[in-house]
Design a protein around this ligand. Structure first.
Ligand code: MN
Length: 341
């Protein structure tokens, strides 16, 4: 399929690139590092060879979220966002941007959010899980009361918020002790991010701000597969749920969330996600440079789904969600469906 739009595609600046070392063996680091720092020829070649018209770019992980000093977190977020804005300005029909935000300080996050959306023209924000902050024992999840003004601003600006994974801190990872192979994308990323998303859903956040749009990668971090059980366990026990939300958790998952295919190139998993949230809320992504664009594209282009759904997931859902029709060279129109013999 030509004209695909990919959403969970990362870059790095010199100050953050080393955060991605360790996710691949040392002899692959030279290649991964080069991929992260390249916003020109190599990346565009990958896109052209695999029918990807546009990437929405975001900073690598955990980057800003793992900088406990608030002034430094603010500075790195600004620097990354300025760098990305420059890259987007050079090729706006191929690249658009997600903002990095210093979530350690909700007020500073609001200031940078406004700057990124209004001044830099970013299409949304991408945050790498919880934040660490100097002087706080606890790590900061965004269901906390202090983040309500931030969420009000996200809703007012009407931009999607991509909740991207990071690893749990070592001191919170006793379940993984002796089993480091489970960290990162193998398992811990998904578990960490799924719980964070459930915290948002159960907190009542989406009752207060019903128009928030949250994006999850990796086909929903396992949540589609578990959503029914979350709301229906022990159904014979007629007591109200213990969370603070007014409705069932699935209500918010279907209404406020969008899922991408990043790093999870499996038709069986896609079908399950489609059965839970519908093809209008699923969007193509690769997770470059941690995954290959050709692995994502070859799988997606041949996946056994309808051509109508392929166009939605591969392209038109993203144009609608991020308002991209003004920047695509093709004008944003859906490519005509190929004739089916
Ligand atoms: Mn990613």
């Amino acid at each position: 399929m030509k004209g695909k739009i990919a959403l969970e595609e990362h870059f790095a600046i010199q100050e953050t690139v080393d955060d991605s070392a360790g996710f691949v063996p040392a002899d692959y680091w030279v290649e991964l590092r080069a991929r992260l720092l390249d916003l020109n020829d190599g990346r565009l070649r990958e896109m052209d060879a695999n029918g990807v018209e546009m990437m929405l770019l975001s900073l690598n992980a955990p980057a800003v979220q793992a900088i406990p000093s608030v002034p430094t977190a603010i500075e790195i977020a600004q620097r990354a966002n300025d760098f990305l804005a420059d890259a987007v300005a050079k090729q706006p029909s191929r690249f658009q941007g997600f903002a990095a935000l210093p979530m350690q300080d909700p007020e500073a996050a609001i200031v940078e959010l406004r700057r990124a959306v209004r001044d830099l023209g970013f299409r949304g924000v991408l945050v790498n899980g919880f934040s660490q902050r100097d002087g706080e024992d606890a790590i900061l999840y965004y269901d906390l009361e202090r983040y309500r003004p931030f969420w009000a601003e996200v809703e007012a600006l009407d931009v999607p918020f991509y909740l991207h994974p990071r690893n749990p801190l070592r001191q919170h990872s006793t379940i993984y002790e002796g089993h480091d192979w489970l960290l990162g994308p193998t398992w811990a990323f998904g578990q960490e991010t799924a719980v964070h998303a459930l915290r948002l859903m159960g907190s009542g956040l989406f009752d207060a701000h019903p128009n928030l749009k949250i994006v999850l990668g990796h086909m929903g971090e396992g949540l589609p597969y578990s959503m029914w059980r979350i709301d229906h366990r022990n159904a014979w026990v007629k007591t109200p749920p213990k969370h603070h939300a007014k409705r069932k958790i699935a209500h918010y998952f279907i209404k406020n969330f969008y899922l991408t295919t990043s790093g999870n190139f499996r038709t069986q998993t896609l079908i399950d996600a489609m059965l839970e949230v519908g093809s209008d809320r699923i969007l193509f992504s690769a997770d470059w440079p941690f995954e290959n664009v050709d692995h994502a594209a070859n799988w997606f282009d041949g996946a056994a789904i309808s051509e109508t759904d392929r166009q939605k997931i591969g392209r038109t859902n993203s144009i609608g969600l991020f308002g991209l029709d003004d920047v695509l060279a093709s004008g944003g129109a859906a490519k005509p469906l190929q004739d089916v013999d």
